[in-house]
Design a protein around this ligand. Structure first.
Ligand code: GTP
Ligand code: MG
Length: 135
């Protein structure tokens, strides 16, 4: 079994898609281990997206992700990292397959509803960043 960090980003929360995202991952067989509504500080946002710090869209991305409450989830299951990335769909929602979260609910690359860790190393780092007390 494996754990991954999932975020329902501020656009997803604002659009009332928290239940939809949780329903889809639970229906898939993934299990919630932790869940919290919170607004990220700039510091946590910059740490979370550190790999993108040199990208031209970094300032916009930090602005977006700190711009309102998001829902942080720790999700567990067999190959949870890959399983959730498959549910989310491609980063660009226009390229994401219909039937995926991004494919069904988004049109813009920044405002793509969800985040999911992309590797075991990222998942470990991100779960610790968001839920330092999780056993
Ligand atoms: P995350 O799960 O959020 O990490 O998405 P991802 O792994 O599918 O994509 P990536 O890590 O490459 O990018 C992180 C996030 O930055 C994306 O989910 C988008 O919200 C945003 N992003 C990516 N590319 C662009 C871009 O070209 N322009 C803007 N404005 N935002 C982008
Ligand atoms: Mg990513």
């Amino acid at each position: 079994t494996e754990r991954t960090l999932v975020l329902v980003k501020p656009d997803g929360v604002a659009r009332g898609l928290v239940g939809e995202v949780i329903t889809r991952l639970e229906r898939k067989g993934l299990r919630l281990v932790a869940a919290e509504l919170r607004t990220l500080t700039r510091e946590v946002a910059e740490t979370h997206y550190a790999e993108h710090s040199e990208r031209p869209f970094f300032a916009d991305l930090v602005e977006f992700i700190t711009g309102g409450p998001l829902v942080a989830l720790v999700v567990e299951g067999p190959r949870a990292i890959e399983a959730f990335r498959a549910l989310a769909g491609a980063t660009d929602p226009v390229k994401a397959a219909p039937g995926t979260i991004r494919g069904d609910f988004a049109l813009e690359v920044q405002n793509n509803i969800v985040h999911g860790s992309d590797s075991p190393e990222s998942a470990a780092r991100e779960v610790k960043l968001f839920f330092p007390d999780l056993g």
